[in-house]
Design a protein around this ligand. Structure first.
Ligand code: ADP
Length: 406
């Protein structure tokens, strides 16, 4: 079965084409700056044609429909394509950010599900409209295939009310849908399943704290394989310190800064795009830049990383207390999978909970490797498990496309 995975942003389409027989990636790429003159396609594939493996070129992509057509043309290019025809695509998996309260799992896209995604545009105004544009373009361009929506929020639908409700007037919830939804759910589900396998436990018996540390950062408390708490909130702004998002702050700060002359739009932009590691360091949102700057004696970079690690450790401590006996803390995302110094500091922070760091394992487990970074017999195990959201989407799509009656 051939599955095409699509992740649409407001001006971008990220894609991967999988052969589900062995879950290999036949091609992948990114089309950026859709709707501008500088639209650019970066594409790589396992095509044997000379020079076809990697390509990067400026293209004409006026909208998502035009952009998708261009990508499909590259996939079936007679010289360098990886498919003989678009008809070979059996399923298309769409990343959709917000499914609201109603959606608890991936599902085949029909007019009813499109309405649900439309209804949730208010809750994810930057993402859901772009996801819908991608769905409509793909349902036109690859009309014969089964289309499946995989929601960022779905894995977090099991959060009990005590974890997902905010202590605000009830009407804010019943009338305005104000609650914690959580995000990054596809990543947390993938690493939960992968960690259960690595730990030799059934997926519905594993107790974990999954920690996604990338540009966006989030943490999930997992009991018996299901999410019971999560750090992101009604929007992805809450919780951990991120590349450019502030994470937890006192909500009164917003009113205070309004009174200091900033507009609501300014504050929204600043808390989402100019805060976090970037805001504290005044240097970069990229952890690698900050670690290098610290070596050069940069104090603001040191503080940014300090706040980042402290917040992550504090959250792990909180989740430790609400979970049944833990099988492991699982680190993932660009920082979790690669940053030896940050992982060392997190393990040091967890020493009181029993984490006994293993420096060799920490140094070895990078670049897509999975494994423990604590010593054998450590009372608290810390593991690195690389995430793969695209593969999770492809697996869900293949399963739904293969189901009887589909
Ligand atoms: P996104 O959330 O955008 O998918 P990633 O998961 O790729 O982002 O994570 C990006 C972060 O991972 C950046 O802060 C980057 O510095 C960090 N990162 C990636 N590789 C390394 C590395 N080798 N050492 C330290 N940090 C790394």
């Amino acid at each position: 079965m051939i599955v095409f995975v699509v992740n649409c942003g407001s001006s971008s389409i990220k894609y991967q084409l999988f052969d589900m027989a062995d879950e290999s990636v036949l091609a992948k790429g990114l089309l950026e700056r859709i709707g501008t003159r500088g639209a650019k396609l970066r594409h790589s594939s396992n095509s044997p044609a000379d020079g076809a493996g990697e390509q990067e070129r400026t293209v004409r992509a006026p909208d998502h429909t035009g952009g998708l057509k261009l990508i499909l043309d590259v996939l079936v290019d007679p010289r360098s394509g990886v498919l003989a025809s678009i008809d070979e695509i059996d399923g298309v998996g769409h990343r959709v950010v917000h499914g609201g309260e109603a959606v608890t799992a991936s599902a085949r896209i029909d007019s009813g599900l499109i309405k649900v995604i439309e209804r949730n545009c208010d809750l994810a105004p930057l993402h859901n409209p772009a996801n819908l544009a991608g769905i409509k373009a793909a349902m036109t361009g690859i009309g014969h295939a089964v289309h499946v929506a995989v929601f960022d929020t779905a894995f977090l639908a099991t959060l009990p009310p005590r974890a997902h409700r905010y202590a605000v007037p009830t009407e804010w919830y019943t009338k305005h849908h104000v609650r914690r939804y959580g995000f990054h759910g596809t990543s947390h589900r993938y690493v939960t399943l992968a960690a259960a396998k690595l730990l030799g436990k059934p997926a519905d018996k594993v107790n974990l704290i999954t920690v996604h540390l990338g540009n966006g950062c989030s943490m999930t408390a997992v009991a018996g394989g299901a999410a019971v708490d999560h750090s992101m909130g009604m929007t992805p702004l809450e919780g951990l310190v991120m590349g450019t998002r502030c994470g937890d702050i006192d909500p009164a700060v917003v009113m205070y800064m309004l009174s200091r002359g900033l507009s609501a739009r300014d504050i929204d932009d600043i808390l989402n795009k100019q805060s976090g590691l970037l805001g504290l360091s005044e240097l970069s949102n990229d952890m690698r830049d900050l670690l290098k700057a610290i070596q050069d004696g940069n104090q603001k970079a040191a503080l940014a990383v300090d706040v980042f690690v402290y917040r992550a450790v504090k959250y792990i401590g909180a989740y430790y207390t609400i979970l049944p006996p833990l099988d492991a803390v699982v680190l993932t995302g660009g920082i979790g999978e690669n940053s030896v110094p940050i992982r060392r500091r997190i393990c040091q922070g967890l020493a009181r909970l029993g984490a006994v760091a293993d420096e060799d394992r920490n140094a070895r487990t990078v670049g897509g490797q999975a494994g423990p970074i604590t010593a054998d017999g450590s009372p608290l195990a810390v593991w690195v498990v690389p995430t793969n959201e695209e593969l999770m989407i492809a697996r869900d799509t293949a399963e739904i496309a293969a189901a009887p009656g589909t």
